[in-house]
Design a protein around this ligand. Sequence first.
Ligand code: FPP
Length: 247
Amino acid sequence: MDSKELVIPSHIAIIMDGNGRWATERGQLRLFGHRAGVKAVQTIVEAARSLGVRHLTLYAFSTENWQRPASEVSGLMALLQNYLKSELQRMLRNEIRLHCLGDAEQLPKDVRVILEETMAKTAHCTGMNLNLALNYGSRAEILRAVQTLARACEEKSLHWADIEEAHFVRELYSAPQPDPDLLIRTGGECRLSNFLLWQLSYAELYFTEVKWPDFGRDELIEAIRAYNARQRRFGRTGEQVQAGGQA
Ligand code: FPP
Protein backbone atom coordinates (compact mmCIF):
# COMPACT_ATOMS: atom_id res chain seq x y z
CA MET A 1 0.00 0.00 0.00
CA ASP A 2 1.35 3.40 -1.02
CA SER A 3 1.71 5.79 1.95
CA LYS A 4 -0.80 8.08 0.18
CA GLU A 5 -3.47 5.39 0.56
CA LEU A 6 -2.97 4.98 4.31
CA VAL A 7 -5.52 6.16 6.84
CA ILE A 8 -3.54 8.66 8.91
CA PRO A 9 -4.28 8.50 12.64
CA SER A 10 -5.63 11.82 13.81
CA HIS A 11 -3.61 11.67 17.04
CA ILE A 12 -0.26 9.91 17.45
CA ALA A 13 1.49 9.72 20.83
CA ILE A 14 5.12 8.64 21.12
CA ILE A 15 7.30 7.39 23.98
CA MET A 16 10.72 8.36 22.65
CA ASP A 17 12.91 5.71 24.25
CA GLY A 18 16.42 4.47 23.56
CA ASN A 19 18.55 7.62 23.40
CA GLY A 20 20.85 6.48 26.19
CA ARG A 21 21.46 3.01 24.77
CA TRP A 22 21.95 4.46 21.30
CA ALA A 23 24.74 6.66 22.69
CA THR A 24 26.32 3.88 24.76
CA GLU A 25 26.47 1.63 21.68
CA ARG A 26 28.57 4.34 20.07
CA GLY A 27 30.85 4.73 23.08
CA GLN A 28 29.36 8.14 23.84
CA LEU A 29 27.75 9.82 26.84
CA ARG A 30 23.96 9.64 27.21
CA LEU A 31 23.55 13.30 26.32
CA PHE A 32 24.96 12.56 22.87
CA GLY A 33 21.94 10.27 22.42
CA HIS A 34 19.52 12.94 23.63
CA ARG A 35 21.07 15.41 21.19
CA ALA A 36 20.47 12.93 18.37
CA GLY A 37 16.98 12.49 19.84
CA VAL A 38 16.24 16.17 19.26
CA LYS A 39 17.06 15.71 15.56
CA ALA A 40 14.59 12.81 15.46
CA VAL A 41 11.98 15.07 17.09
CA GLN A 42 12.50 17.63 14.30
CA THR A 43 12.19 14.93 11.62
CA ILE A 44 9.07 13.36 13.12
CA VAL A 45 7.28 16.67 13.75
CA GLU A 46 7.86 17.60 10.11
CA ALA A 47 6.86 14.13 8.85
CA ALA A 48 3.71 14.00 10.98
CA ARG A 49 2.66 17.44 9.78
CA SER A 50 3.21 16.60 6.12
CA LEU A 51 1.35 13.29 6.45
CA GLY A 52 -1.67 15.08 7.89
CA VAL A 53 -1.50 14.05 11.56
CA ARG A 54 -3.66 16.53 13.52
CA HIS A 55 -2.23 15.96 17.02
CA LEU A 56 1.25 14.71 17.93
CA THR A 57 2.11 14.06 21.58
CA LEU A 58 5.73 13.44 22.57
CA TYR A 59 6.83 12.19 26.00
CA ALA A 60 9.84 14.41 26.51
CA PHE A 61 10.31 14.43 30.30
CA SER A 62 8.42 12.49 32.94
CA THR A 63 7.84 13.29 36.61
CA GLU A 64 10.14 10.32 37.29
CA ASN A 65 12.96 11.64 35.07
CA TRP A 66 14.03 14.12 37.81
CA GLN A 67 15.68 11.11 39.48
CA ARG A 68 18.29 10.90 36.71
CA PRO A 69 21.80 12.27 37.35
CA ALA A 70 21.70 16.07 37.72
CA SER A 71 23.97 16.52 34.68
CA GLU A 72 21.56 14.56 32.47
CA VAL A 73 18.55 16.52 33.76
CA SER A 74 20.22 19.88 33.15
CA GLY A 75 21.45 18.68 29.74
CA LEU A 76 17.90 17.70 28.77
CA MET A 77 16.54 21.05 29.95
CA ALA A 78 19.17 22.89 27.89
CA LEU A 79 18.29 20.81 24.81
CA LEU A 80 14.63 21.58 25.32
CA GLN A 81 15.30 25.28 25.66
CA ASN A 82 17.43 25.34 22.49
CA TYR A 83 14.85 23.28 20.61
CA LEU A 84 12.07 25.72 21.48
CA LYS A 85 14.24 28.70 20.54
CA SER A 86 15.27 27.25 17.22
CA GLU A 87 11.88 25.84 16.18
CA LEU A 88 9.54 28.81 16.60
CA GLN A 89 9.84 30.06 12.99
CA ARG A 90 9.41 26.56 11.59
CA MET A 91 6.36 25.99 13.81
CA LEU A 92 4.80 29.22 12.57
CA ARG A 93 5.60 28.38 8.93
CA ASN A 94 4.06 24.94 9.30
CA GLU A 95 1.07 26.16 11.31
CA ILE A 96 2.01 24.07 14.35
CA ARG A 97 0.56 24.97 17.73
CA LEU A 98 2.59 24.05 20.78
CA HIS A 99 0.99 22.77 23.99
CA CYS A 100 2.52 21.48 27.19
CA LEU A 101 1.10 18.48 29.04
CA GLY A 102 2.34 18.38 32.62
CA ASP A 103 3.20 20.67 35.49
CA ALA A 104 5.31 23.36 33.81
CA GLU A 105 5.59 25.27 37.10
CA GLN A 106 8.32 22.89 38.26
CA LEU A 107 10.48 23.39 35.15
CA PRO A 108 13.52 25.70 35.35
CA LYS A 109 12.45 29.32 34.85
CA ASP A 110 14.31 29.87 31.56
CA VAL A 111 12.64 26.77 30.05
CA ARG A 112 9.23 27.85 31.36
CA VAL A 113 9.59 31.32 29.89
CA ILE A 114 10.46 30.13 26.38
CA LEU A 115 7.80 27.44 26.60
CA GLU A 116 5.08 29.93 27.51
CA GLU A 117 6.32 32.34 24.86
CA THR A 118 6.25 29.65 22.15
CA MET A 119 2.78 28.47 23.21
CA ALA A 120 1.48 32.05 23.08
CA LYS A 121 3.09 32.83 19.71
CA THR A 122 1.75 29.65 18.10
CA ALA A 123 -1.71 29.83 19.71
CA HIS A 124 -3.36 30.85 16.39
CA CYS A 125 -1.87 27.91 14.42
CA THR A 126 -4.36 25.29 13.28
CA GLY A 127 -2.31 22.87 11.15
CA MET A 128 -1.26 20.46 13.90
CA ASN A 129 -1.15 20.43 17.69
CA LEU A 130 2.28 19.49 19.03
CA ASN A 131 1.96 18.41 22.66
CA LEU A 132 5.17 18.10 24.61
CA ALA A 133 4.69 16.07 27.78
CA LEU A 134 7.03 17.82 30.21
CA ASN A 135 7.24 17.02 33.89
CA TYR A 136 4.33 14.77 33.00
CA GLY A 137 3.00 11.77 34.91
CA SER A 138 -0.36 10.22 34.17
CA ARG A 139 -1.18 9.30 37.76
CA ALA A 140 -0.45 12.86 38.89
CA GLU A 141 -2.65 14.15 36.04
CA ILE A 142 -5.51 11.87 37.13
CA LEU A 143 -5.15 12.87 40.80
CA ARG A 144 -5.16 16.53 39.82
CA ALA A 145 -8.43 16.02 37.90
CA VAL A 146 -9.96 14.15 40.86
CA GLN A 147 -8.96 16.95 43.24
CA THR A 148 -10.54 19.57 40.98
CA LEU A 149 -13.80 17.63 40.83
CA ALA A 150 -13.71 16.99 44.59
CA ARG A 151 -13.32 20.73 45.16
CA ALA A 152 -16.26 21.43 42.83
CA CYS A 153 -18.37 18.98 44.88
CA GLU A 154 -17.28 20.59 48.14
CA GLU A 155 -18.20 24.00 46.76
CA LYS A 156 -21.52 22.51 45.63
CA SER A 157 -21.09 23.49 41.97
CA LEU A 158 -21.20 19.76 41.13
CA HIS A 159 -22.91 16.79 42.74
CA TRP A 160 -20.82 13.61 42.99
CA ALA A 161 -23.58 11.50 41.39
CA ASP A 162 -23.62 13.77 38.34
CA ILE A 163 -19.92 13.32 37.54
CA GLU A 164 -19.57 12.04 33.99
CA GLU A 165 -16.56 11.16 31.87
CA ALA A 166 -16.83 14.55 30.19
CA HIS A 167 -16.32 16.37 33.51
CA PHE A 168 -13.20 14.34 34.20
CA VAL A 169 -11.73 14.61 30.70
CA ARG A 170 -12.11 18.39 30.80
CA GLU A 171 -9.62 18.48 33.70
CA LEU A 172 -6.89 16.50 31.94
CA TYR A 173 -3.89 18.36 30.48
CA SER A 174 -4.79 17.01 27.06
CA ALA A 175 -8.27 18.62 26.96
CA PRO A 176 -9.92 19.40 24.59
CA GLN A 177 -7.89 17.28 22.19
CA PRO A 178 -9.14 13.79 21.28
CA ASP A 179 -7.50 10.64 22.65
CA PRO A 180 -4.52 9.18 20.75
CA ASP A 181 -5.39 6.66 18.05
CA LEU A 182 -1.88 5.24 17.91
CA LEU A 183 0.79 4.96 20.60
CA ILE A 184 4.32 4.29 19.42
CA ARG A 185 7.12 3.30 21.79
CA THR A 186 10.63 3.07 20.42
CA GLY A 187 13.61 1.35 22.06
CA GLY A 188 12.26 -2.17 22.51
CA GLU A 189 10.47 -1.87 25.86
CA CYS A 190 6.78 -2.82 25.97
CA ARG A 191 5.26 -0.71 28.72
CA LEU A 192 3.39 2.59 29.16
CA SER A 193 5.60 4.17 31.85
CA ASN A 194 2.88 6.36 33.39
CA PHE A 195 2.00 7.94 30.02
CA LEU A 196 -1.59 8.97 29.15
CA LEU A 197 -3.14 6.06 31.07
CA TRP A 198 -6.67 7.37 30.71
CA GLN A 199 -6.30 8.69 27.15
CA LEU A 200 -4.73 5.51 25.74
CA SER A 201 -7.70 3.31 26.68
CA TYR A 202 -8.57 2.56 23.05
CA ALA A 203 -5.31 3.41 21.31
CA GLU A 204 -3.55 0.90 19.11
CA LEU A 205 -0.15 0.12 20.64
CA TYR A 206 2.95 -0.21 18.45
CA PHE A 207 6.31 -1.20 19.93
CA THR A 208 9.50 -1.15 17.89
CA GLU A 209 13.09 -2.14 18.62
CA VAL A 210 14.30 0.94 16.72
CA LYS A 211 15.87 3.40 19.14
CA TRP A 212 14.51 6.93 19.07
CA PRO A 213 17.49 8.62 17.31
CA ASP A 214 17.05 6.15 14.41
CA PHE A 215 13.28 6.65 14.17
CA GLY A 216 12.59 8.65 11.02
CA ARG A 217 9.86 9.27 8.44
CA ASP A 218 10.06 5.71 7.03
CA GLU A 219 9.72 4.21 10.50
CA LEU A 220 6.73 6.47 11.21
CA ILE A 221 5.06 5.34 7.98
CA GLU A 222 5.78 1.72 8.97
CA ALA A 223 3.98 2.30 12.30
CA ILE A 224 1.04 3.89 10.48
CA ARG A 225 1.00 0.92 8.10
CA ALA A 226 0.74 -1.43 11.12
CA TYR A 227 -2.07 0.76 12.48
CA ASN A 228 -3.90 0.39 9.15
CA ALA A 229 -3.75 -3.39 9.48
CA ARG A 230 -5.56 -3.28 12.84
CA GLN A 231 -9.29 -3.50 13.29
CA ARG A 232 -10.51 -1.06 15.94
CA ARG A 233 -13.59 -2.59 17.52
CA PHE A 234 -14.24 -0.37 20.57
CA GLY A 235 -15.98 -3.29 22.30
CA ARG A 236 -18.04 -4.34 19.29
CA THR A 237 -17.65 -7.58 17.31
CA GLY A 238 -15.58 -7.77 14.13
CA GLU A 239 -18.77 -8.45 12.15
CA GLN A 240 -20.45 -5.34 13.55
CA VAL A 241 -17.44 -3.22 12.63
CA GLN A 242 -17.39 -4.61 9.09
CA ALA A 243 -21.08 -3.96 8.67
CA GLY A 244 -20.88 -0.41 9.97
CA GLY A 245 -17.37 0.65 8.88
CA GLN A 246 -14.54 1.50 11.26
CA ALA A 247 -15.35 4.08 13.94
C1 FPP B 1 14.25 8.22 26.86
O1 FPP B 1 15.47 7.61 26.47
C2 FPP B 1 14.26 9.60 26.51
C3 FPP B 1 14.08 10.62 27.38
C4 FPP B 1 13.86 10.41 28.82
C5 FPP B 1 14.12 12.01 26.95
C6 FPP B 1 13.58 12.28 25.60
C7 FPP B 1 14.19 13.53 25.14
C8 FPP B 1 14.50 13.83 23.86
C9 FPP B 1 14.12 12.99 22.73
C10 FPP B 1 15.23 15.07 23.55
C11 FPP B 1 14.61 16.35 24.01
C12 FPP B 1 13.21 16.50 23.59
C13 FPP B 1 12.68 17.54 22.93
C14 FPP B 1 11.22 17.60 22.69
C15 FPP B 1 13.47 18.65 22.39
P1 FPP B 1 16.40 7.01 27.60
O2 FPP B 1 17.35 8.06 28.00
O3 FPP B 1 15.58 6.45 28.69
O4 FPP B 1 17.12 5.89 26.79
P2 FPP B 1 17.61 4.48 27.36
O5 FPP B 1 16.36 3.71 27.72
O6 FPP B 1 18.32 3.88 26.18
O7 FPP B 1 18.51 4.75 28.52
